[in-house]
Write a protein that binds this ligand. Structure first.
Ligand code: CLF
Ligand code: SF4
Length: 501
């Protein structure tokens, strides 16, 4: 552990181990990017919404200490049943982290990005963080390196970050106003002193803004994460979005505050609520006028492994990886072939989409506006509808409209198929899933049982298993067209061949 920063290994009030989330662009936003930027984001699951269906990320928990305190943070170690930033099962040394990264990369070839996101602040643990990056850039040059920070130590770290070929940095910026900052950060640790209130928040904000400018000057992609805290910074985040964009941030990820009382954070204990899904979406839409927004963040643990939304950490404990015999040279060849295959698939998808858009553009008029509607999708990756309703731990929500299909958010649920029927858990998990799908009119999945089918229908949500193993976008589009055709989305007039592929 580093000695020049506070060793905060004891559980204290906080949430979101510094990782406070990250970012993502849609296909359409990608197509306008210069080639060098496209290359950086196209297989990064956080920076590209499309990529997150195919490519995985992993975090190594090498950074236990933090140099500030956030009212939403409580770091927990040895915890395997909470999924939120700041939580880890085991802390690693840099050597262990490198060994684990190579083991994961060899076993999950779709893993393209290694991030350090806590459980404290990576840049408050510079020796451990940079030693990990140094070894990985030498031993596993095919892995992108990524770091997430609160920004306090960022200006002092920019040169070191540039040296290690790290071209993705996330800064958590919750405010640019010290008065608001004092309501989020009770103190910071700066020049060997604890500085409280507005004075501390002012220093933090200055360092974050300076770090952002220094990184963008060097061509390093910066994503800004903001935690939306109703009544504290919710009205102010549009201004944050404008400012960070003007300074060159590539993406903005507005995430909901997590503040369950049982997490033991200051906000949780004080009853500070998080935003509703609708409040979050409205703010993301408002900020989207100014910059690219990430909407697919899963607020990962600081030791997460796998596709966003899944966690395969249990397969790669230190005990297990010590028994693995990894030939990384050989693994790199397999990885390169897998990546090439996925990239080819994505390129084909892009061509197909472009053709669809151009066929819609050139279609005969008039094309009437039908109301948009929300559809939920059960997927376990690869951009396909490939999950049983009862096995889903989250649903992806898409908006379908005559303008096209757009990803809106994900909604977490408890897996009802493994619930214990005898004590009512299964029933309550199913009821919870149905509640979580509020506002959606259709749910697409690979299979669904008789009981949930009926209950979903009663709740006004139409289950649909006809598109099992089909691509998500095409299926959502097709169902929307069917709904137009059968009059569900009532409109005066529409030329159906205008929206058919
Ligand atoms: Fe990790 Fe963050 Fe890098 Fe992604 S996560 S350090 S940019 S590799 Fe991604 Fe997870 Fe959200 Fe972070 S979904 S919490 S945004
Ligand atoms: Fe927790 Fe520190 Fe990250 Fe704040 S910056 S969320 S206190 S680890």
């Amino acid at each position: 552990m580093d000695l020049n920063v506070i060793d905060d290994s004891t559980p204290v009030a906080s949430e979101d181990g510094c990782s406070s989330g990250s970012c993502g662009t849609t296909d359409d936003q990608m197509s306008h990017l210069p080639d060098n930027i496209k290359e950086k984001v196209q297989n990064h699951p956080c920076y590209s919404e499309e990529a997150h269906h195919y490519f995985a990320r992993m975090h190594v928990a090498v950074a236990p200490a933090c140099n500030i305190q956030c009212h939403y943070c409580n770091r927990k170690y040895d915890c395997s049943n909470e999924s939120r930033p700041g939580v880890v099962s085991e802390l690693l040394t840099p050597d262990q982290a490198v060994m684990k990264t190579k083991a994961v990369a060899a076993n999950i070839p779709q893993m393209t990005v290694l991030g350090i996101a806590g459980p404290g602040d990576p840049l408050a643990n510079p020796e451990r963080t940079f030693e990990t990056f140094r070894q990985l850039s030498e031993q596993a040059p095919d892995i992108k390196l990524c770091v997430s920070t609160n920004g306090l130590a960022l200006p002092a770290s920019v040169d070191e970050l540039s040296k290690h070929n790290i071209d993705h940095v996330t800064i958590t910026i919750n405010t640019v106003d010290p008065e608001i900052g004092a309501q989020i950060y009770p103190w910071i640790y700066w020049n060997n002193r604890r500085i409280h209130g507005v004075k501390g928040a002012k220093i933090l904000i200055e360092q974050q803004q300076k770090g952002l400018e220094m990184l963008t000057e060097r061509g390093i992609l910066v994503k800004v994460n903001s935690v939306m805290i109703p009544g504290v910074n919710d009205k102010h985040l549009e201004e944050v979005s404008r400012i960070v964009k003007s300074k060159g941030a590539f993406l903005h990820n507005v995430m909901p505050l997590i503040s369950e009382p049982e997490h033991g954070t200051f906000y949780g204990v004080m009853g500070q609520r998080g935003p509703s899904p609708e409040e979050l979406q409205n703010l993301q839409d408002a900020c989207a006028g100014d910059m690219n927004m990430m909407r697919h963040c899963r607020q990962c643990r600081a030791d997460a492994v796998g596709l966003l939304g899944e966690d395969r950490g249990d397969e790669f404990t230190i005990e297990k990886i010590e028994e693995m015999d990894i030939d990384y040279g050989k693994a790199m060849k397999v990885r390169a072939a897998v990546h090439a295959g996925i990239e080819e698939e994505l390129a084909e998808k892009e061509v197909k989409k472009a053709k669809l858009v151009s066929s819609m553009d050139s279609a005969a008029q008039p094309l009437k506006e039908y109301r948009p509607m929300l559809m939920a999708v059960a997927t376990s990756g690869q951009g396909l509808i490939n999950q049983h309703f009862g096995h889903a731990t989250e649903f992806l929500v898409y908006e379908a409209s005559t303008k096209g299909i757009r990803f809106i958010s994900h909604r977490k649920v408890d897996q009802y198929c493994i619930g214990n029927d005898t004590c009512g858990e299964k029933e309550s998990a199913l009821a919870g899933s149905i509640r979580a799908l509020e506002g959606c009119e259709v749910v697409l999945c690979s299979k669904i049982g008789f009981e949930p089918w009926g209950l979903l229908e009663d709740a006004g949500i139409q289950p649909n298993g006809e598109y099992a193993m089909e691509p998500i976008d095409d299926s959502v589009q097709a169902v929307y067209q069917e709904m137009i055709a059968n009059g569900t989305l009532d409109a005066d007039e529409i030329k159906l061949d205008a929206v058919s592929a």
